[in-house]
Design a protein around this ligand. Structure first.
Ligand code: UFG
Length: 327
């Protein structure tokens, strides 16, 4: 298939591009390089510079004729979405509507969308399945849930099939070492731990040690980005061949606490990784992890790299040889 990967120069996007190319698809990346970088573009993919906020840009891209798109272009900082919601309205919601309208106008019938576990909000039970109520706690999560609703209507009215992939905590790097682009100013736990291990930051702050969990720190479901990438390929092949849309959770089904992650990182890197406990971060749920039974059943997705050791060692392999990115 000819696939347009929107946001394909970013961290998850470059892994998705590699997986699509390996499966024999023809890939073009569309990206405004706001967080992704041209140097991170995976070899073998074409490139169109453009912005989803500009209808002419995205229309012009779809006019070249694509069978499908993978849409990963979004702002994703939960905290920022609560202080600057307008950015999230325009980029995440309006940008996605521009994509869907361009798909309608140009006859593109398949979209794989990066949704998020942030659509669920505070867990009512764990592991969370797809039937768990959706009450997002952040404006970011709200944008992802709203987009899932638009996708349903464009399916009903325009026959555009979608796969909404609700990622849990994406982490790790391409185990073969072919993708090495670093995120500027990362906000997530594992890259921050790596920056401390590399000596670019003084210490890690652990948000809260009084949660009702086995060691008092929050539990999350970390899933390797190469496993996520394969899920995009399988989901695309599923929706395009069966003409049936899909919403699935993508997690590793294993909860890992913050302290467990730090201790494993100390062992693997051999670095001290200074850490201090500070107060809870507002909005953090104590434990969030998925059941991915539906993804296993529908798209035969079986994560291979999402164990803690592979998550950390594949990430450290990149950080230990890297220079701190300019912020
Ligand atoms: N944490 C720290 N110190 C830090 C950073 C994080 O203790 O400096 C803790 C957090 O409190 C949390 C855990 O590490 O308990 C993971 O935090 P992240 O910020 O890495 O990830 P979140 O679980 O908050 O959110 C991530 C994505 C969201 C997505 C969500 C789905 O950033 O976009 O996973 O589970 F919606």
């Amino acid at each position: 298939m000819k696939v347009l990967v929107i946001g394909g120069a970013g961290y998850i996007g470059s892994h998705v591009v590699k997986a699509l190319l390996s499966a024999g698809h023809a890939v073009t990346v569309f990206d405004n390089l706001s967080s992704g970088q041209l140097g991170n573009l995976f070899p073998g993919a074409g490139f169109i510079a453009g912005d989803i906020r500009h209808p002419d840009d995205i229309n012009g891209a779809f006019a070249k004729g694509f069978d499908a798109c993978v849409h990963l272009a979004a702002f994703k900082a939960v905290g920022e979405s609560m202080s600057e919601p307008e950015k999230y309205s325009v980029n995440n919601i309006t940008g996605t509507l521009n994509i869907l309208n361009a798909m309608s106008a140009n006859g593109c019938k398949n979209i794989v969308f990066s949704s998020s576990a942030a659509t669920f909000g505070q867990p009512e039970y764990v592991p969370m399945d797809e039937k768990h109520p959706t009450n997002p706690e952040s404006y970011y999560g709200f944008t992802k849930l709203e987009i899932e609703r638009f996708l349903k209507w464009y399916d009903v009215i325009r026959g555009i099939k979608f796969a909404a992939l609700r990622y849990f905590n994406a982490a790790g790097y391409d185990p073969s070492g072919e993708i090495t682009g670093l995120e500027r100013n990362p906000q997530n736990l594992l890259p921050i731990i790596m920056e401390v291990a590399a000596g670019w930051r003084k210490e890690l702050q652990i948000f809260g040690q009084d949660y009702d969990t086995r060691d008092g720190t929050c539990i999350r479901d970390y899933v390797h980005v190469s496993d996520l990438a394969v899920a995009h390929v399988k989901a695309l092949e599923y929706i395009s061949s069966r003409k049936e849309s899909l919403t699935v959770n993508l997690g590793s089904e294993t909860g890992v606490s913050v302290t467990e992650m730090v201790e494993a990182a100390r062992k693997i890197t051999g670095k001290e990784i200074p850490a201090k406990y500070v107060g809870r971060r507002p909005g953090d749920a104590s434990a969030l992890y998925a059941t991915s039974a539906l993804a296993k059943e529908k798209i035969e997705w079986n994560p291979r790299y999402s164990d803690v050791d592979t998550l950390i060692s594949s990430t450290w392999a990149v950080y230990k040889n890297a220079k701190a990115p300019k912020v």
